[in-house]
Structure formats: C-alpha cells, structure tokens
Design a protein around this ligand. Structure first.
Ligand code: IZC
Ligand code: ZN
Length: 407
C-alpha cells in the first residue's frame, strides 16, 4: 500500500507487492523493507520465516459496536418469520433489548466481554478497531461503555478508536420526545470531551430512528464542540444520509446502501470515506447491497468493516467481510485490500499510523497461510492467519490446526 492519503477510485485498483521480500522490525517499528537479498547482510535477534506466505499490514476495522451485554439469537426466528429489523426495534426489541442488558451489566462484565471479542478479532488479523457506545442511551451507561473502551486501550494490544453513539435509538422513556433526548446527549458531550472518552460522534439516521434534520443538528452541535463526526447513513431506507455526510464533512459515511446517484457523485468529490458493511445486508437477508462499484468508479475512497454488533452483524471476522465484498459488492482483491487497511485507517483518523507497512510506522503485520493476496477473499469462511504482530510483538499465532494463542 504505497502512497499518501486514502486510496481513491483508480488508486484502489493497484497494489504494490514485493516478492521474495523481508521486513525488519526494531523497537516495535518497521525499520527495513526490501528483498531477501538486500536483507542478507542485516543482523537480527529473531527471524520469523514467512516463506511461501503473504505478509500484509494488520487489518483495520473502522465500524464496530464492540461494548455490549447479552446477545440477540432469539431475534433470528423473528427474522425468519419475516419481521423486519426496524419492526423488531419498533416493538421495543433489537437495539433496545441490548440497551436493557447493557444498562444492567457492570463495567467489569462489559470489559471482560469486550476483551473476548477483541481477542477473536486479533486472532483474525485485526490490529486496529473503532468502537462505538450506543447501548446505554442514558448518561450513566453511555459513560460506562466509553470508559470500558478507554480501559481496553491500556489493557489490550489492539489499538482502539472511540466513538460516542448516544444517538443510536430513541430510548423507551423518551419515545415521544426524541428532540429532548438528543438535547440530553448533546449536554453529555461536554463530559465526554473533558474526560477524553471519544474522538468521534455518530448518529443512526434511519426511518423511525433519527431524521436527516435531527442528524444534521446533532452532528453540527458535536462538531462545534470539537468532535469529528460519522453517520450511519442510508442503511435500510434511502433518506439522503450520504449527502448529509458530505455536507457535514464527516470523516466517514457508513453503510450507504441506499445512497442516491447524486450522493455517490458528491461522495467521490469529497474527503468523506465510504465505509461499507456488506455483512449487514447479508445477515439481514437483503437483496440490496451498497453500490461499491459505482462509488469506486466515480472516484470515492471505499473502506470495509464488520459492523460487529449483536443485531445486524454478529461477526468479528473481517476476512469473511472481504469475501462478501468480493461476491456481493463485486470488489476486486486490490480494492478489498485497500478497503481493510489504508482506507479503513483514514476513516478513523489513523491513516498516518495504521494500514500501511512503511518505515517508521508501528509494526502491525499479519502473516497469512496464503500464497497471494487474492487467496484471502477467495477461500471463504475460515481463518487464514498464521501470525499476528502488534507493534512488533507476536500477539496471535496459529499452529497447524485451529488452535489460537493470544497473549
Ligand atoms: O444493535 O442492531 N444498525 N445499529 C444500527 C445496529 C445496526 C446495531 C444493533
Ligand atoms: Zn453500526
């Protein structure tokens, strides 16, 4: 992934690949990149043999709902009976059932559960993760979720980027007063800023949740308080969230399944990254997927993410998303790799630190049991990781079969 800045449009279509290569690491950072021949004269305390394997930057997952309690497997039967995702929410289930469980959980319980999911993510090759709140919808629980993310930053090798998603749903107690609820969430922003609990603010702009007008006002207030913004836009119904993301100069517009032609054109001319989450369309059984081809061909920077959450995409496996992106979004292997590394990193303000193997950068590197980069999206549903290095340390290793060791 050579170059500067996010890979837009055409730039997503080619990858720089070094054959017979070696990477040198010193003090947790990349200190050498070259051929095996060039590396022959170097002294090393430790050598990891990656012969016949693929070596890439650690994967970056730029959109997850990491911290929550409980699970929602009971909704699977409802979905099979044809009850839509938004209808389950309207009946007080969906997000609101996770809110109930998360309010009841202690900070320690949330921390342990989030660690479990992070361990799984790192075992699948993910080394940087964005994590949203949004299962509290009240001051106490939202802050509890954000504090868990802050503690994990020190307690887990994965680098975390925190997003406040207090505007994820209208809680039952504010059912008739969404504007009063949003006003309360805006007040919370001052504490979040003061305690440095989040870098981004996000909102679920969707039918029956928050309107485009409410989302605009909310995110403008967040920007005025010094936050960068993201938006869950046009996931299920096409409301014009894509245009709003561009208008607000959001760092990312996420989902964009229902993005209009105009929205796609505006996106392509902007610095907003399109974070696509095809696992959600897949898991909700939708026919429609985001128009990744049109976005890339128009010149947009596209990223991919798991959307890991207990409702619409319960998976920590970004490799699976890479396969769904190939099959359903018709993205090429080159585009997919940009989308889970460089562009994903830029979508969460980590473009200068993660997503590329470059001299001086933190050595976040994955060695894959794969002969080439096209192999990963092709051979689907399994874990191809051999070794994961985080800042130069081996943090996950698979030996032969399926055993995974995480330190
Ligand atoms: O818990 O259902 N789409 N928010 C918006 C989600 C999915 C997470 C959930
Ligand atoms: Zn989401």
């Amino acid at each position: 992934m050579e170059g500067d800045g996010p890979a837009k449009g055409e730039q997503m279509k080619t990858l720089s690949v070094l054959e017979q290569a070696a990477v040198g690491i010193r003090d947790g950072k990349v200190a050498f990149i070259g051929t095996m021949e060039e590396a022959a004269s170097l002294q090393a305390d430790k050598v990891i043999d990656a012969k016949g394997k693929l070596v890439t930057p650690g994967l970056v997952d730029p959109h997850t709902h990491l911290v929550f309690a409980g699970s929602r497997e009971h909704e699977m039967a409802l979905k099979q009976q044809g009850v839509p995702y938004l209808e389950i929410l309207k009946r007080g289930g969906g997000i609101l059932s996770t809110v109930q469980a998360t309010r009841e959980a202690s900070e320690e319980e949330l921390l342990e559960k989030a660690k479990f999911h992070l361990n799984r993510m790192i075992s699948y090759g993910t080394t940087t993760v964005e994590a949203k709140s949004g299962y509290g919808l009240d001051e106490e629980t939202e802050l509890k979720q954000l504090r868990v993310v802050k503690r994990l930053q020190g307690e887990h090798p994965i680098d975390l980027v925190s997003t406040f998603l207090g505007a994820h749903a209208i809680p039952t107690e504010y059912k008739e007063e969404p504007d009063r609820f949003l006003a309360n969430m805006i007040v919370l922003l001052d504490i979040i800023k003061k305690e440095e609990l989040a870098e981004f603010v996000d909102i679920f702009c969707e039918t029956g949740v928050f309107t485009v007008e409410q989302s605009r006002a909310f995110l403008q207030a967040a920007k005025a308080k010094g936050f960068d913004v993201k938006i869950h836009a046009d996931e299920i119904d096409p409301l014009g969230g894509t245009e709003l993301a561009v208008e607000l100069e959001a760092k990312s517009g996420d989902h964009l399944v229902g993005a209009s032609e105009r929205g796609i054109q505006l996106l392509a001319q902007s610095n907003t990254i399109a974070v696509l989450l095809p696992g959600t369309s897949f898991y909700l059984g939708k026919e429609k997927y985001a128009k990744a081809r049109e976005m890339i061909d128009a010149g947009a920077a596209v990223a991919l993410s798991t959307d890991f959450n207990p409702g619409s995409s319960p998976t920590e496996n970004l490799q699976l998303i890479m396969s769904i992106a190939a099959l359903k979004l018709k993205m090429t292997p080159e585009e997919i790799w940009h989308a889970v590394t460089v562009n994903a990193a830029y979508a969460i303000n980590r473009g200068e630190e993660a997503g590329r193997i470059a001299i001086g950068r933190k050595a976040d590197i994955v060695i894959w049991d794969a002969p080439n980069y096209a192999y990963i999206p092709y051979h689907y549903g399994v874990n191809h990781v051999r070794t994961v290095l985080k800042a130069g340390n081996v943090v996950a290793e698979r030996s032969g079969g399926d055993a995974v060791f995480v330190s």
